[in-house]
Every structure is written in C-alpha cells, then in structure tokens.
Design a protein around this ligand. Structure first.
Ligand code: FMN
Length: 303
C-alpha cells in the first residue's frame, strides 16, 4: 500500500486475540493490530485484559497492547504489567468517550487534565526501552483541549499519534472533522495516523482532501474492517469470512462455557459484517449452535 502504515483499530468486545489472529492468518495486509485497552479496575489490572495481551496468545501476530490510564501512577502500573509480559511497545488511549471512563479522567477525559497528561509524559520518559504511541480525539468538549494537550504530547517520546477527529462528547455521532485533523497535525511534532470512518468509501479518497496526497503516516481502520475484513486484500469475501469464522468458531466452542456464551462471542463476529440484513438477522436470532450453523451456512451462500 505505497508504504502507508495501516493499523487495525482496537474494538473492545470484537478484536480480541482470537479475532486478531484470525484476521492476520486469513487476510493480513495490516501492519499492526491494537488490543482493546488494558485497564485498572478497583486498584488491580483486569486479569481478562492481561490474558488478551499474553505474548504466547499473540505470538506471530504484530500486536500493540493498549492501556487506558488517568494519571502517572496508573500508567506506571499498567506499563509494569505489560513490560513484565515482555512488551516494548505500548499505546495510550486518550480517546475513549464512554462516560464512565471520561468521568474517571481516562480516555478523552484525560484530554481535560493537563497535569495528569504531564505525569504520564514523565512516566513515559522513565521508560526509554518502550516505543510509545498515543490514540486521541480532538478533545472531550472542544478542540481547545486537544490543542492544549498537544503541547505536552509533543514532549512525549512517541512513534506516532493516532487521531480520531471527533470530540469525546460526540461519541460516534456527526461527521469526522478533517479540517480539525489537519489543524492538530500542524501542532503535532510526531507523525500522525488518521482514524475515523474509513472503509465506508474507497481507501485513497479518505487520505487527504480532494486530489491531495496525505501528509499523514497512515491510517487506522476499525469498523470498516469489521464490516469488510477482506477490504485490504484481493481475496474473495466468502473465502475470508469462511476462514476467519472457522478460527473464531473453533475458539468460541472450545473455550467458552455453554452455547449461550459461545453464541454471544459469535454474534459479535457478525454484528458489523457487511452481509444482507435477512441473513444477518437469522444469525443474530439463533439461540442454539445448530441453528446458528445453519444460518451461517445460508449467509455464506449469498456471496
Ligand atoms: C465497540 C467499540 C469498541 C472500541 N474500543 C476501543 C478501545 O478499546 N480502544 C480504543 O482506543 N478505541 C476503541 N474504540 C474506537 C475505535 O478504535 C476507533 O477509534 C473508532 O471506532 C473510529 O474508527 P472507525 O470509524 O474506523 O471504526 C472502540 C470503538 C467501538 C465502536
């Protein structure tokens, strides 16, 4: 892809280690896969999150673990845990818009707290062995927050900054703001990666304004790739879906307890996939594995 960096965005509940491996082995075409954020909960790092970043589980898949932290102390604990697992590459989430995280000063809520960002910046400086990156939004309430944060982000030792040009308070509503992306890019001394709504139209047209080549390092794609996992390959959609589904299905039935847990995971696999409504509805309505398998077989035949 002309040397353009392409990342698979982290999507909590969708892009777990099994999904990432399924995509990497059946499709590829992506430089790095970001894990959903690893978090501190009640003073402890969630065990489930650390299982997802277990290097053995991710072996051979180009993976970037992501953390969400509200201050230097949380950042230190999360980095210790990941470095303890052997990671030397960590992404910091400064963009999650979920109210619970924002209220706790994490995600896009962190963009409103320059002191906490500065603590995190100092924590990063203490770990020269780690390649850090940041994933952020324009701000929580206004782009002024993102602009103010950028002066501290510029002091962080980062390989790039991924920017999703919406405000936290917008969650996923409204159009992405390309002008605002360019404005923050002017202020940012790190390479920038564009993220937001890519895959809904063709890839190249999203990389800059009409007729322009993008000055950004590359793109990160989330829901577009969940919808069309084959998007970056010349493989047949049916073949990609069949092969990826086989990996996710096997893992779900072998590791999760009972049909209902397995079905919850399997339904998530299909939630965003670009197949006709009727076939998707049949898959989502299936309450037993035999019914589910029938519905999947029928869906595969529409390609
Ligand atoms: C269900 C869901 C879960 C997400 N989980 C994360 C996450 O764990 N970490 C993160 O940085 N972003 C997360 N995001 C944001 C995506 O990574 C991405 O920034 C956003 O979806 C916009 O990109 P897209 O339009 O290509 O999907 C999540 C988004 C969705 C819809």
């Amino acid at each position: 892809m002309n040397g353009l960096y392409i990342a698979f965005a982290p999507l909590q509940g969708y892009t777990d280690a099994t999904y990432r491996r399924a995509h990497w082995e059946c499709v590829g075409g992506v430089d790095e896969y970001y894990t959903p954020f690893v978090r501190n909960e009640k003073g402890e790092i969630r065990k489930k999150d650390l299982r997802d970043t277990d290097p053995a589980t991710n072996a051979g898949v180009p993976t970037v673990p992501q953390v969400i932290a509200r201050d230097g102390d949380e950042m230190a604990r999360l980095c210790d845990a990941l470095q303890g697992q052997g990671w030397r590459r960590i992404d910091l989430n400064m963009g999650c818009p979920f109210p619970m995280q924002v209220r706790a000063g994490r995600g896009s809520g962190l963009l409103q707290r320059p002191d906490c960002i500065a603590e995190i910046q100092r924590e990063m400086q203490r770990r020269p062995e780690v390649l850090f990156s940041v994933k952020m939004r324009l701000g929580q309430e206004s782009i002024d927050e993102g602009l103010a944060a950028m002066s501290i982000i510029n002091e962080m030792p980062l390989i790039h900054v991924t920017l999703h040009p919406r405000l936290g308070r917008q969650q996923y509503k409204g159009a992405t703001d390309r002008e605002a992306f360019l404005r923050l890019m002017e202020e940012c001394r790190h390479p920038m990666v564009y993220n937001g709504d890519i895959g809904l139209t063709s890839l190249p047209s999203l990389l800059g304004r009409e007729g322009e080549t993008t000055p950004s390092k590359g793109v990160m794609i989330g829901r577009g790739l969940l919808a069309k996992p084959w998007m970056l390959s010349d493989k047949e959609p049916a073949e990609v879906l069949h092969n990826m589904h086989a990996v996710v299905y096997r893992h779900a039935v072998e590791t999760l307890c009972g049909d209902s847990q397995a079905l919850t995971r399997l339904h998530a696999f299909w939630e965003y996939v670009d197949i006709p409504h009727k076939q998707k509805k049949a898959i989502m309505k299936a309450t037993s594995l035999p019914r589910y398998r029938e519905a999947v077989t029928a869906a595969m035949q529409v390609f």
